[in-house]
Every structure is written in structure tokens, then in C-alpha cells.
Write a protein that binds this ligand. Structure first.
Ligand SMILES: Cc1cc2nc3c(=O)[nH]c(=O)nc-3n(C[C@H](O)[C@H](O)[C@H](O)COP(=O)(O)OP(=O)(O)OC[C@H]3O[C@@H](n4cnc5c(N)ncnc54)[C@H](O)[C@@H]3O)c2cc1C
Length: 484
């Protein structure tokens, strides 16, 4: 049990996912070491999470480094390179030519191409209608009906066009995607970052500034500082808080409360951003029975119910001989399978596989079903901005409220939903916080008499002792500029 006395620090970070760890690293690089990181789970990483399954390491959360090979270097790709993370190139583009019907026949490529073009035209028409504030006045907006059209609609909207074109990730960083296939997991990148500023030994973080299993329940904030209460009744006092909890957590009433409550502009921005649930179900087999040649990594099942075990991937490219298939479900289907037993999900998946590959295929010997929706520290997989985002929403979602600074993938205007969005948001939020800390120090220096009366002097003054030049170190600003 932690000492019930109040712990004080300059900056308290809620959450040790990629954005929280990046924020702590940027603070450390700028001389702010008096930091506490509170993480609800018993590990760092958040939505970057590996697990051992079927003899290999699988990624339950983020799996790909998206946006590689362009003019600018994706910072996560750079981190992966420095850490020698093992990855393999992924090409979804052929998936639409591996579409099975429920008798195991593959649709001819011409039929698939026609359905694909129809879906793209319909999506564009839908966008035009929404643009003209006159939805539904075009016949092309009537939804897809046949199993193949539904399957194409699913991969187009829930995968390829889940974002509005042009997609900044591909424009800025390149169109290639690489699947992480490393037994240390995608999360290895976070440990590599953490070891540059936290005390670690043999790959374990032993630094007492990182506190795991600490569920933040209340943020009480005033113009002088923030008092943070955890579920186990510990109290932390900080001059500033960086809050990296996901949009799902912020939307959920079960989680963090604010006193005084967040202003309306902030709660509206939080509720205007959608949450996507994205679930990768892993199935282990005694041997493989699916095609593994070139362009066969991804395949699609066309069913009369949209998104019903539609998108499949084999793991032979990543881990040859692993005999693992992954099927991805989203949103309503994800929530449905999260609520049922894994045995039932295995039964449904096997029925679909038998429709595609015949009755002689072996039963799966193991299944892994992540539950991102029911995880109270996530409440979903990633944020999805509305098709038309107004400037105000973007500004409001990332704007601080007093001394509480918001970060996380959902605050990244260009890269929300991605690991690099989380990383860059951590950098950007911390840059804004450092500027505010510097401005506060200047205000205090200007009025040093009021500084003597400053009621908060009881709180840690470490941050005010940081020499100004630390903030202005050209190398640090260069670092920030290079990344932003
Ligand atoms: C299934 C899935 C697939 C994905 N695929 C990809 C992909 O292929 N490529 C890609 O780039 N991105 C992908 N993403 C998105 C990517 O994982 C996220 O954008 C990114 O990891 C988010 O990082 P974050 O720091 O913003 O949030 P998080 O990782 O969620 O970190 C927030 C942390 O806050 C903690 N927390 C929450 N509430 C509290 C509390 N009350 N008190 C204390 N701590 C709290 C959480 O436990 C968590 O550790 C995927 C995500 C999922 C779930």
C-alpha cells in the first residue's frame, strides 16, 4: 500500500500508451524530470499490446506501421528502424480478388472489380450529397445489397476508406504498410523510448515515477494546480496534468470525473468524435488449408450480413509454419462477439471457413478474442473523426482546460487512429505545455512580489527552477520542429 501522504510533482501524466510515454520523454529532454506517470493497467503500451498465442507473438492492438516510403519519414518507422523491429510488407490491394462466396467459389476478378468501382462511385456520391447538405437525394446512395457488394462496402469503408481522402498518413509518409512480426512485440518501441529517461534494468522499468495499476478517478483542478485521486485513494498534486486516456474513456461516465466539470465546448468536442471498435480474432490450426501463394495473404468472405467474418489474413508471411488465421470484425460485430463466449465465436468462424474451404478442414485448436470495447481503460479501438470536421472541433478536442492538457491519438488532427498519431500528439501537447510553463515562469518573474505570496509555493517548485535556457535549447526546439 502506497504512503497515503500526498505525492507532488510538476507534471502528472495519466496513461502510459505511446502518447503518454512520448510526452514524458519530451519533458525529460527539456529538463522536466519531476514527473509522475499513472497507468491504470499493469503494463505500459495501452493499445499497443502483444500476447503469446499458438507459439508466436501476436498483436492484439496496433499491428501495422502505416505510412512508409514517402518523402517524409514516419517517426514510428524511424523508431522501428532504430530498434531493429522485425516487420514484413503487407499489400491489401489484392484482397478484393480473393473473395469467396458461401459455396467456396472465388468471384471472377471482373465481377469483383465492377463491384469495387460501383462502391467507390457510391461513396463519392454520398460524400457529394453530404457536402451539399442534401443527403439521400441520389439513387446511388442506396446501400449495397448482394453479399459481394456488402463485402466490398465493408472493406472499403471499414478499412481502405475509413478516413476521408486524401489520407494524411499516406500523403505525408508514403503508401506502404508493414506488419510488425517481432517476438518482442510492437510495444518494444515503447520500452526503447522509456529506457532513455526512466530507470530500467534488463528490459524492466524500475523507475518509481512510473506507477502501474493506478486508476485515476478524479481530477480536481484550479488556477493553482491539479489534485489527482486514484481508485485506491492515493492523492497526487501536480502543477499540470497531461491526460492521454482514449476518447472512449473520456466519453464513458464510468471513468474519470472532473471538478469543476469540463466546460461544454470540451464535452461537446469529446462526444462529437466517433469510436471505432476493431477486433482481430486469432485462430490456431493443426495445419494450414488455405492458399499461401503470392497475393493470397488477405481474403474475403461474402455473406448476406455486412461485416460477418468478412476480412481474413493468414500469418504465414509473418510467421511461416504458425498455422494461424486472423479474422477482423468491427463495430457492431465486434461488440456482439465480445458479449458471447469464445467457443461460440470459434463455432461461427469455423462455419464460415467450412463454407469457404469445405467440410474436411480441421477444427481450430485455439482462439484468442481481444475485448477492446469492454476494456474500461479503452472503450473501443481508435477514434474516427466525422467526415466533415470543422476547425472548431479539432481545436476544441486538443485545447487544454486550465492546467489539464489533453493528448492521445484522438487529438491528432492529421493522424488520429494511428500509432504515429499518438506519438506526434504526445510531442505536440508537450510542446504546448512547455510553452505554457515558460510563460508562467515569466509571469511570475515579472511579478516577484506576488510570487512570494503564491499559495502554491507549497507545491513542488521544481518546474520553476528549470533554467529558461533549457526550454530554449536550440537542439530541443530543432527536435520538436523536425518531428512536427
Ligand atoms: C485492435 C487495434 C488495431 C489497431 N491497429 C493499428 C495499426 O495497425 N496501426 C496503427 O498505427 N494504429 C493502430 N491502432 C491504433 C493505435 O493502437 C492507437 O492509435 C495508439 O496506440 C493510441 O495511443 P494513445 O497513447 O493515444 O492511447 P492508449 O494506448 O490507449 O494509451 C492511453 C493509456 O491510458 C490508460 N488509462 C485509461 N484510463 C485511465 C485511468 N483512468 N487512469 C490511468 N490510466 C488510464 C490506458 O490503460 C492506456 O494505457 C489500433 C488499435 C487497436 C485497438
Amino acid at each position: 500500500m502506497e504512503n497515503p501522504t500526498r505525492t507532488r510533482c510538476s507534471v502528472l501524466i495519466v496513461g502510459a500508451g505511446i502518447s503518454g510515454i512520448t510526452a514524458a520523454k519530451v519533458l525529460a529532454e527539456n529538463g522536466v524530470d519531476d514527473v509522475v506517470i499513472l497507468e491504470a493497467a499493469d503494463r505500459i503500451g495501452g493499445r499497443i499490446r502483444k500476447e503469446e498465442f499458438g507459439g508466436v507473438t501476436v498483436e492484439l492492438g496496433a499491428g501495422w506501421i502505416a505510412g512508409v516510403g514517402g518523402k517524409q519519414m514516419n517517426p514510428v518507422w524511424e523508431l522501428a528502424g532504430r530498434s531493429n523491429l522485425r516487420t514484413c510488407f503487407s499489400d491489401y490491394s489484392n484482397a478484393r480478388y480473393n473473395i469467396y462466396d458461401n459455396t467456396g467459389k472465388i468471384f471472377p476478378s471482373g465481377v469483383a472489380a465492377e463491384s469495387y468501382n460501383k462502391a467507390v462511385e457510391s461513396a463519392i456520391a454520398k460524400l457529394r450529397n453530404q457536402d451539399s447538405d442534401n443527403p439521400g437525394d441520389d439513387e446511388t446512395t442506396t446501400g449495397p445489397r448482394s453479399p459481394i457488394d456488402l463485402a466490398i462496402d465493408f472493406i472499403l469503408h471499414d478499412f481502405e476508406m475509413a478516413e476521408v481522402e486524401p489520407i494524411s498518413t499516406y500523403v505525408d509518409f508514403g503508401e506502404k504498410e508493414f506488419l510488425v512480426a517481432d517476438e518482442r512485440g510492437y510495444e518494444h518501441l515503447l520500452y526503447k523510448m522509456a529506457e532513455t529517461f526512466l530507470f530500467t534494468q534488463q528490459g524492466k522499468i524500475l523507475d518509481t515515477r512510473l506507477k502501474l495499476n493506478k486508476v485515476v478517478r478524479k481530477l480536481q483542478h484550479s488556477r493553482n494546480g491539479v489534485t489527482v485521486k486514484t481508485e485506491d485513494d492515493c492523492i497526487y498534486e501536480a502543477q499540470y496534468v497531461i491526460l492521454s486516456a482514449s476518447i472512449g474513456v473520456l466519453q464513458s461516465n464510468l471513468n474519470i470525473s472532473f471538478s469543476p466539470p469540463l466546460p461544454r465546448w470540451k464535452t461537446e468536442a469529446i462526444s462529437n468524435i466517433d469510436i471505432m471498435v476493431y477486433t482481430k480474432v486469432f485462430l490456431k490450426f493443426p495445419h494450414k488449408f488455405w492458399p499461401c501463394g503470392p497475393d493470397k495473404e488477405f481474403f474475403i468472405y461474402a455473406h448476406e450480413r455486412r461485416g460477418y467474418y468478412t476480412f481474413w489474413q493468414h500469418m504465414e508471411n509473418a510467421y511461416p509454419g504458425s498455422n494461424i488465421l486472423v479474422v477482423t470484425l468491427t463495430n457492431g460485430e465486434s461488440q456482439r462477439i465480445e458479449a458471447q463466449s469464445d467457443e461460440e465465436t470459434m463455432r461461427e468462424a469455423m462455419e464460415v471457413l467450412r463454407n469457404m474451404f469445405g467440410h474436411d478442414i480441421p477444427d481450430a485448436v485455439d482462439i484468442l478474442v481481444p475485448r477492446w470495447w469492454n476494456n474500461r481503460f479503452q472503450r473501443g479501438s481508435y477514434s474516427n473523426y466525422p467526415i466533415y470536421v470543422d476547425r472548431q472541433l479539432v481545436d476544441d478536442i486538443k485545447a487544454p482546460v486550465g492546467r489539464i492538457f489533453f493528448t492521445g491519438e484522438h487529438t491528432s488532427e492529421k493522424f488520429n487512429g494511428y500509432v504515429h498519431g499518438g506519438y506526434l500528439s504526445g510531442v505536440e501537447t508537450t510542446k504546448a505545455l512547455l510553452e505554457e510553463m515558460l510563460a508562467e515562469k515569466e509571469r511570475k518573474t515579472e511579478n516577484h512580489q506576488s510570487f512570494l505570496l503564491e499559495p502554491l509555493s507549497a507545491l513542488s517548485d521544481a518546474v520553476f527552477d528549470i533554467p529558461k535556457q533549457l526550454f530554449l535549447r536550440t537542439s530541443n526546439l530543432g527536435f520538436l520542429k523536425a518531428i512536427l
